[in-house]
Design a protein around this ligand. Structure first.
Ligand SMILES: Nc1ccn([C@@H]2O[C@H](COP(=O)(O)OP(=O)(O)OP(=O)(O)O)[C@@H](O)[C@H]2O)c(=O)n1
Ligand SMILES: C[C@](O)(CO)[C@H](O)COP(=O)(O)O
Length: 252
């Protein structure tokens, strides 16, 4: 089997799990247009700290012992470039490269179609979060394994800023911060749960967990990695790059 399977023409075949102990497929979504970042053609292939942005997430997921296979979702125009990128990275796991959709949720659904049903857990991760560490994939998968009643487990951390609800430039409410968390990716789910959540989705959510919450299932939050930043605006680049270089220097 070729390690990288580009899915430009046909619907992807399922990716087999190479290690019987590994029970998680990671879907890295990188098919966005990067509008807020302001880079024509999206930001996934922009060089950040010496590598294309999305490469950092692929390498981190590949190094997590629970991960059996990877799916990379990219802009249709980037399929050949992404296939070449994957072929050139020192990845141990099989990778399926598939085209994404018009919004993040559609890209996640496209990635999910390429996941083998033989691997019981699936996690979605933003290719725009290059600081993710292998232990964060382990943490969300472990939380799911520890409690069979959960519909999902997501990385996040308690809010440290005060959050305001703002309408027309004026504050309309200040929610109790004691209950507020900011959530990131990875977001992990039992495969049958997230497949059902996508089938039933009636609206477009800003994350994957909201689809599972809409089914009335409990989703756990795991305080795993506070610096798991998302590269969204141009000014994020210097912060993310400095953190990646520091982590490399420290051998993390
Ligand atoms: N149609 C889309 C939209 C987003 N994403 C992915 O979802 C993640 C989070 O999205 P975001 O940071 O908003 O990226 P963009 O959509 O590229 O940014 P923008 O909204 O500024 O255009 C990114 O890794 C992005 O590539 C995707 O795979 N497919
Ligand atoms: C999924 C997410 O990263 C969780 O914080 C976030 O909602 C993605 O938002 P974006 O606007 O698509 O970047």
């Amino acid at each position: 089997m070729s390690r990288c399977r580009c899915q430009a023409e046909a619907r992807p075949a399922a990716v087999a799990a190479p290690d019987p102990g590994a029970d998680l497929t990671v879907v890295v979504v990188a098919a966005g247009s990067g509008e807020r970042f302001g880079h024509p053609g999206g930001k996934a292939l922009v060089e950040v700290a010496g590598r294309p942005l999305v490469a950092w997430s692929l390498l981190a997921a590949d190094a997590a012992p629970s991960v059996a296979a990877l799916v990379l979702v990219c802009r249709p125009a980037d399929l050949a470039a992404m296939e070449a990128l994957v072929a050139g990275l020192p990845l141990a796991l099989p990778v399926a490269v598939v085209p994404g959709g018009d919004d993040r949720q559609a890209s996640c659904a496209a990635g999910l179609d390429a996941v083998s049903s033989e691997v019981p857990l699936v996690a979605f991760h933003d290719g725009a979060r290059p600081l993710v560490r292998p232990h964060t994939f382990e943490a969300v998968a472990a939380r799911l394994r520890a409690d069979a009643s959960l519909g999902g487990a997501v990385a996040g951390c308690p809010c440290t800023d005060t959050v305001k609800v703002v309408r027309d430039g004026t504050v309309s409410a200040t929610p109790d911060r004691g209950n507020l968390w900011v959530v990131q990716t990875p977001q992990a789910f039992p495969i049958e749960v997230i497949r059902a959540a996508h089938r039933r989705a009636r609206s477009v959510g800003t994350d994957d967990a909201s689809l599972v919450e809409a089914m009335g299932l409990p989703v756990a939050v795991v305080d795993a990695q506070r610096n798991n930043l998302k590269l969204t605006y141009p000014e994020d680049l210097a912060v993310v790059e400095a953190a990646l270089l520091a982590a490399e220097r420290e051998g993390e």
